[in-house]
Design a protein around this ligand. Structure first.
Ligand SMILES: Cc1cc2nc3c(=O)[nH]c(=O)nc-3n(C[C@H](O)[C@H](O)[C@H](O)COP(=O)(O)OP(=O)(O)OC[C@H]3O[C@@H](n4cnc5c(N)ncnc54)[C@H](O)[C@@H]3O)c2cc1C
Length: 517
């Protein structure tokens, strides 16, 4: 006999965790199925060697690229999903991102909802995830109905210098939105100790606003919520008509178990949600569940990003560096033919992380020289929008292995953004005062395995012919199947995606509460 719930949620990350939190107080019986386990609180979490060199928290999964070459994707299977490792830069998309935008390599399509439709859920997500920021500083942002719950995280002196120099040069730097549990006015009340181990590291003291800490843990004591870890959903079975999911088939402790729910919500992340649907092919859904339109797995996006390390003569003693953002080049205009994207500061680099991220480039560099390099480094993250292409796609072979065919888009825009950054660096004095003979930039493009910002694969829309989900993120072809994670994005914009995933999970959660009432 299968155990029956009101709602079964697959995955506990930004989408699934936030959805569960939204539904929990209704008293409805909720089952959370999570492939991974709780991430242990251990000193390794704050040690760049296990994190960056050994890749301790990256899943051993192997995927295949378009040429059939195996690679290890940077995916993280834990309660909290990718948010356990994320940088917690919690941005809203810009209003323009919800409309059609022409890019160098194609069109970023309009969403079926506008920014104004989304705004109330962005506000709820910012308050749930305790975001620090200052609405009103960034000229590209949309309207907000409520200020952030916490003031912006203050800049440390070197970052303040950079911000002042940019503002003096006519740019519009702003305080980046950060999801951390920090109270700068009354520090003893903080959990966050404002350390350097935030971006890319699990938080040992649970002071990062990740989905485990904020959304999942607080509901685990409720009698109507059940979480099963180490439980990988293999496929979904339907009734003979194909209209309803009747069984959620799980591999747990080497055994197959089956659960059922009035409503089943897949929140396994863009690639894995597509994998589950594609592996659930049946007579009623021969190309995969909800895939009559052949859209499941297509339009995979992940941003055209660059990590750039700029070295100045001055040492940079910043500890918590990710407090500054710049959107002056986000849209086309002012002489720019194309939108270029977002620039933000990253977590501070260190010698060991540089070795882990660039083993070949740094192979022969002595440790002291890397340490010296890191001491003078200012670390930037550049994000250019990646447009959806049907051929950029997740498929699954007969053995259940994931294949990810992907060709980057908008390289010309990404290069344009990089050149704008170089101009800025000259402008803020990093060209005249350098460690080396000339300004030295270490720049790293993110390879196909860097799937951190994966999105698309089950986009939502009004037309079942070119979307998988309807406007409420319910599969067009089924009555009780929803997908609520980064899969639903029709386009990805050029800011970090997690807040939009969270806001959407609250939106769909409220829809489900109405439906179940
Ligand atoms: C290193 C890193 C840094 C990042 N920094 C930022 C940032 O600063 N700002 C930002 O906005 N975004 C950031 N991101 C991206 C952000 O974390 C993701 O956009 C977001 O977590 C996506 O939410 P999701 O619900 O789609 O997937 P996830 O949060 O990954 O959740 C998916 C969940 O499903 C589980 N799962 C997968 N398959 C199965 C299965 N078959 N059965 C059961 N469970 C399954 C996974 O274990 C996971 O818990 C970062 C990501 C990484 C990796």
């Amino acid at each position: 006999m299968t155990e029956h719930y009101d709602v079964v949620i697959v995955g506990t990350g930004a989408g699934g965790g936030t959805l569960a939190h939204t539904l929990a107080s209704s008293g409805k019986r909720i089952l959370l199925l999570e492939r991974g386990d709780f991430l242990s609180r251990e000193m390794d979490s704050w040690d760049p060697r296990p994190v960056f060199v050994d890749g301790k928290y990256i899943s051993p999964d192997m995927w295949y690229d378009a040429d059939g070459q195996q690679f290890q994707p940077q995916v993280h299977y834990f309660v909290g999903g990718a948010t356990k490792l994320y940088g917690a830069a919690l941005y809203r998309l810009r209003p323009g991102d919800f409309r059609e935008i022409q890019h160098a390599d194609g069109v970023s399509p309009a969403w079926p909802l506008s920014y104004d439709d989304f705004e109330p859920w962005y506000t709820k997500a910012e308050w749930l995830y305790q975001v620090h920021g200052a609405h009103g500083e960034d000229p590209t942002e949309g309207h907000w109905s409520k200020q952030y719950p916490w003031p912006a995280v203050s800049h440390e002196p070197r970052v303040q210098q950079i911000s002042d120099a940019l503002a003096g040069g006519g740019y519009h730097p702003f305080h980046a939105p950060c999801g951390i549990l920090l109270d700068e006015a009354s520090r003893p009340a903080s959990t966050c100790i404002r350390c350097a181990w935030c971006d890319g590291y699990p938080c040992l003291v649970h002071a990062k606003s990740d989905a485990e800490t904020i959304a999942v843990r607080p509901i685990l004591d409720l009698p109507n919520v059940t979480l099963l870890v180490n439980s990988e959903v293999e496929r979904l079975d339907t009734d003979p008509s194909g209209r309803a999911v009747t069984g959620v088939v799980v591999s747990r402790g080497g055994r197959e178990e089956v659960y059922s729910g009035d409503i089943v919500v897949v929140c396994a992340g863009a690639a894995n949600s597509a994998k589950i649907l594609l592996r659930s092919a049946s007579d009623a859904h021969p190309s995969g569940l909800a895939n009559g339109s052949d859209q499941v797995g297509r339009n995979y996006m992940y941003h055209n990003s660059k990590a750039v390390v700029a070295l100045g003569k001055e040492s940079n003693d910043t500890v918590f560096q990710k407090t500054l953002g710049l959107n002056d080049f986000y849209f086309a205009g002012d002489g720019r033919q194309w939108p270029l994207g977002n620039i933000q500061l990253l977590g501070k680099s260190n010698a060991m992380a540089m070795k882990g991220e660039e083993p070949k480039l740094t192979l022969l560099a002595p440790r002291w020289s890397l340490a010296e390099t890191a001491r003078h480094a200012v670390d930037f993250w550049l994000t250019t929008e990646d447009v959806p292409k049907p051929g950029n796609r997740v498929t699954v072979d007969r053995d259940g292995r994931v294949h990810l065919a992907y060709a980057a888009t908008n390289d010309a825009e990404a290069t344009g953004l990089y050149h704008e950054l170089r101009k800025i660096l000259n402008h803020i004095g990093m060209a005249d005062h350098h460690v080396l003979d000339k300004n030295f930039y270490m720049s790293m493009d993110v390879p196909v395995a860097g799937v951190a910002h994966q999105a698309g694969t089950c986009r939502f829309g009004a037309d079942p012919a070119n979307s998988v989900l309807d406007v409420n993120c319910k599969a067009h072809e089924l009555d009780n199947l929803y997908v609520v994670d980064a899969s639903f994005f029709p386009s990805i914009g050029a800011v970090n995606p997690a807040l939009t995933v969270m806001a959407n999970a609250i939106r769909v959660g409220e829809h489900l509460l109405t439906r179940m009432a």
